[in-house]
Design a protein around this ligand. Structure first.
Ligand code: ADP
Ligand code: GN1
Ligand code: MG
Length: 365
């Protein structure tokens, strides 16, 4: 849909007037734009049309983000990360709602930065993981109980498994029979789901403030370098487990192809995982107990499997959640994740060993 951006000058106080609005990035959830203004510096901002189908309560999301950014911008005294700010509307709101009910928000644009959809060198994994580690350490100063849970059970394996089962049973768009292999692959992992879900119920692993969407394009690099300088996409910051953040880095950094890439070519790159671990554990700098360390080992499996079943559920439900560019894109994404899951299963022992070695080197428990 072609958007009319005439409201921007009226509702937000930009330097000069809005000169140009163009699409930005490849996120799956919001509509993201780069806004360029007419002042001498051609000041830039990020505008997002907020996805209300995914986040039912925009005010709670914005309240979490404001709290986290406020804390980060105070705690990040040595300026290791660049600051992200919400640009409030002229009315002083964190997010602006127009007459037809859509929500729009604005951030400062992190200039001179690169956004990657795929890691092509181990140093990128190290740099990105360092930035997520720094971010994680800084937000660990916040009480998770003070944040809203913006998507309940977001990474709950058992609940996501049940959602897939329901989608298969309902078969809204009549596709389930055609994709028996994918459904069998997913539902055949019921025993692992049951075993790993016990972790959540065990209370042995601390609930922390987690980002919950640490994919590679949610960290920005200093332009032309491998240094991670800003963590973005803060909508899912809420109480969670560290394994989610560690696991989603593994899922997205170590995939040999893009999430949209050919499924048969998807495998888990161990050299990238090694660099990820070195980067992350060199900066998080918080003590981790044994059960938590053990849980991290299954993080890459957990997050890759969960994304596979979420994509498959969406495909079987008629593509109601993720943005797609063509009809079977969610199926292709699911197949890609399942091939990666199978490879992670083959490499699980090695993953555990690399993690143990890095923790020994960097983390004093
Ligand atoms: P989505 O939830 O749809 O993934 P994101 O908040 O991740 O939306 O934004 C999409 C992309 O836009 C990011 O992956 C990143 O490339 C780019 N982006 C987002 N915020 C900024 C920013 N403040 N400065 C520069 N680029 C940004
Ligand atoms: C979505 O917003 P984006 O594109 O960074 C999704 C994540 C998935 C990811 C898969 C709120 O992340 O959970 O892991 O796609 N975000 C939400 O690429 O569902
Ligand atoms: Mg994103």
């Amino acid at each position: 849909m072609k958007e009319d951006f005439a409201f921007l000058d009226q509702e937000f106080e930009f330097p000069g007037t809005v000169q140009n609005v163009s699409s930005l990035g490849s996120g799956h959830i919001h509509d993201t734009y780069l806004v360029t203004c007419s002042d001498a510096l051609s000041s830039k901002f990020v505008l997002q049309k907020f996805n209300q189908k995914v986040f039912k309560n925009p005010q709670e999301v914005m309240s979490n983000i404001a709290q986290v950014l406020d804390h980060l911008n105070k705690a990040n005294s040595d300026d290791t990360l660049q600051s992200l700010h919400i640009i409030k509307s002229r009315n002083g709101d964190l997010i602006y709602q127009n007459q037809s009910g859509s929500f729009w928000r604005v951030y400062n644009f992190i200039d001179q930065s690169d956004s990657l959809d795929k890691v092509t060198h181990p140093n990128q994994a190290r740099g990105a993981a360092k930035a997520f580690g720094q971010f994680f350490k800084l937000v660990s100063g916040l009480n998770p109980g003070n944040l809203f849970t913006t998507i309940p059970d977001f990474h709950h394996l058992g609940i996501r498994f049940q959602q897939l089962k329901k989608a298969v049973d309902k078969d809204t768009v009549g596709k389930a029979d055609h994709y028996k292999n994918e459904v069998e692959f997913a539902l055949g992992r019921g025993p692992q789901v049951a075993e790993y879900s016990k972790l959540i119920d065990s209370n042995l692993i601390p609930t922390r403030v987690t980002h919950n969407d640490t994919k590679i394009n949610n960290v920005l690099f200093k332009r032309g370098t491998t240094q991670g300088i800003c963590v973005v996409d803060l909508d899912t910051i809420m109480p969670g487990l560290l394994l989610y953040d560690f696991g989603d880095m593994g899922r997205t950094f170590c995939n040999s192809v893009l999430e949209e890439g050919k499924a048969e070519d998807a495998y888990f790159r161990i050299d990238i995982f090694q660099s990820l671990c070195e980067g992350f554990f060199s900066t998080i700098d918080i003590p981790l107990g044994k059960p938590e360390v053990e849980s991290l080992k299954i993080g890459p499996w957990w997050m890759t499997y969960i994304m596979g079943i979420r994509f498959l559920t969406d495909f079987l439900s008629g593509d109601v959640y993720y943005k797609i560019d063509y009809a079977r894109q969610n199926l292709d994404r699911a197949r890609n994740q399942f091939n990666l899951v199978a490879d992670i299963e083959r490499k699980q022992r090695e993953i555990g060993e690399i993690l143990d070695d890095s923790i020994k080197k960097f983390v004093h428990s």
